[in-house]
Design a protein around this ligand. Structure first.
Ligand SMILES: [Zn+2]
Length: 457
């Protein structure tokens, strides 16, 4: 049986629990078709993408001021068909989205597209970017979320705990908010087990862990930065709660975190690569680890510093085009992430892949001779120095600050050991300042970056 047939079979398993009404039935049928499309030959999907790009560009030129003069690069049909012409289109930076926000809003929408919500991408610095979500983009987001759960082989009869930022912050600690369903029926069309929602921006990680220990959910869905602290705290706790599956979203998962989760609970993290500006970009392959680009709704290019397409295996900047958002369409938008381009996955699902998501450009350490992904291997070092969690900030070319949470004050010897350990991972000599804090700062979006460079990247 092929992987797509297995995916389909997993979906069909829950058909007997389908909620009543035409809505759930159509969500189910939509998902069936989406999964079946994974097995289409690449020539068929390429044809569909060409058609989508044609529709998007035609709409943008006619209705979106920012793209009105894109006719100088080619007609919509030429741009949709000719990769070279497409690669000649300008790459939009986040600053353009901030300064040209009004010019990005479509003056009118095609029939059937309705604005439903204003998305505010707060980012971690600078002014927010505002984008309009539509009924169409919302449908795709829900379909991708369900597709990920099918790929990850989630048993929908079990319980799920979600720790993240909720738009409605009514969730109170320590018990969280319990629902009888994992998501609304437009998202998951069949009956499921319970869901416990915990607000990531409220309370301490130890409160969240206590709640997980009491509720004992089968699955956990959360931000990597929350998980990073949870797994360390959990290892120090005698409670034997073991999740059957963990999925992450909204931030980058590094090898250290994957290793820690594997060591603690003997499971692999199932990650979804998404961004506030465009929703789901790619879903991690549960068998091969690659990230399958969700080409039904987003076009992803990986480009080098000169803006040229990267070859498979090469690292570059992630540039996205949203194919279903006609209200605030993004054409060739540099989202600020770095990833490694891939080709196809061995699992048989036909979407193109990224082999790795490396993270935000501002999470790179800046050195005299270039930029580096910092990796301090704190997990292996924890036995020597009692640091529970940490966050790094590069404040100058030769200065690094580490804020850390620890149950005890470090001795001078431990501080020296820690500085020497960090220095080994740095490309040049740096002055390292250690700052003990009660809790690591978390952004209003719920996110917390492990490494931030304050240099302009
Ligand atoms: Zn795969």
């Amino acid at each position: 049986m092929t992987t797509t047939e297995q995916d389909l079979q997993w979906l069909e398993r829950w058909k007997s629990q389908l909620a009543a009404g035409a809505g759930p039935a159509s969500v189910f049928a939509f998902q069936q078709n989406l999964i079946k499309s994974q097995a289409l030959p690449s020539s068929a999907t390429a044809k569909m993408r060409t058609q989508q790009i044609f529709q998007l560009v035609s709409h943008c030129i006619a209705n979106v001021p920012l793209y009105r003069d894109y006719t100088k690069f080619g007609t919509p049909a030429e741009l949709a068909r000719d990769a070279k012409l497409w690669a000649g289109l300008p790459i939009l930076k986040r600053s353009a989205l901030q300064s040209q926000s009004q010019n990005l809003q479509a003056k009118s929408l095609p029939k059937g597209h309705k604005p439903v919500a204003l998305l505010r991408s707060s980012g971690s610095t600078g002014s927010p970017v505002e984008l309009m979500a539509t009924n169409i983009t919302a449908t795709w987001q829900k379909a991708f979320a369900l597709r990920a759960l099918i790929w990850f082989r989630r048993d929908f009869d079990q319980s799920l705990a979600v720790i993240r930022k909720f738009s409605r912050s009514t969730t109170l600690l320590p018990e969280g908010e319990t629902s009888t369903h994992w998501a609304d029926y437009e998202g998951i069309p069949f009956h499921t087990g319970k869901r416990f929602a915990l607000e990531a921006t409220k309370g301490r990680i130890s409160d969240h862990l206590d709640c997980l220990h009491r509720r004992r959910p089968a699955y956990l869905m959360t931000l990597p930065s929350v998980l990073r602290e949870l797994v360390v705290l959990s290892a120090q706790n005698a409670n034997d709660w073991t999740p059957k599956g963990i999925s992450t979203l909204a931030e980058t998962v590094d090898d250290d975190l994957r290793g820690a989760v594997k060591e603690r609970w003997n499971i692999e993290i199932n990650d979804t690569y998404s961004a506030e500006e465009c929703g789901v970009i790619a879903i991690q392959c549960p068998s091969h680890g690659n990230y399958h680009i969700q080409t039904d709704s987003v076009l992803v290019e990986i480009v080098d510093d000169a803006g040229k397409p990267c070859i498979p295996g090469q690292e570059g900047a992630v540039v996205i085009t949203t194919l279903s958002n006609f209200a605030t369409p993004l054409i060739r938008y540099a989202i600020g992430d770095r990833a490694i381009a891939g080709k196809t996955c061995g699992c048989g699902r036909n979407q193109p892949i990224l082999t790795r998501i490396l993270g935000r450009e501002r999470n790179l350490l800046v050195a005299k001779d270039g930029k580096y992904w910092p990796s301090f291997g704190m997990r292996s070092f924890r036995d020597e120095v009692p640091v529970l969690s940490q966050q790094f900030r590069q404040t100058a070319l030769d200065r690094l600050e580490m804020s850390y949470v620890s149950s005890e004050e470090l001795t001078i010897d431990q501080e020296d050991l820690l500085r020497a350990h960090l220095q080994k991972a740095l490309p040049a000599d740096m002055t390292i300042k250690l700052i003990r804090v009660d809790e690591l700062p978390r952004h209003e979006s719920g996110k917390a970056e492990m490494f931030i460079s304050e240099f302009e990247n």
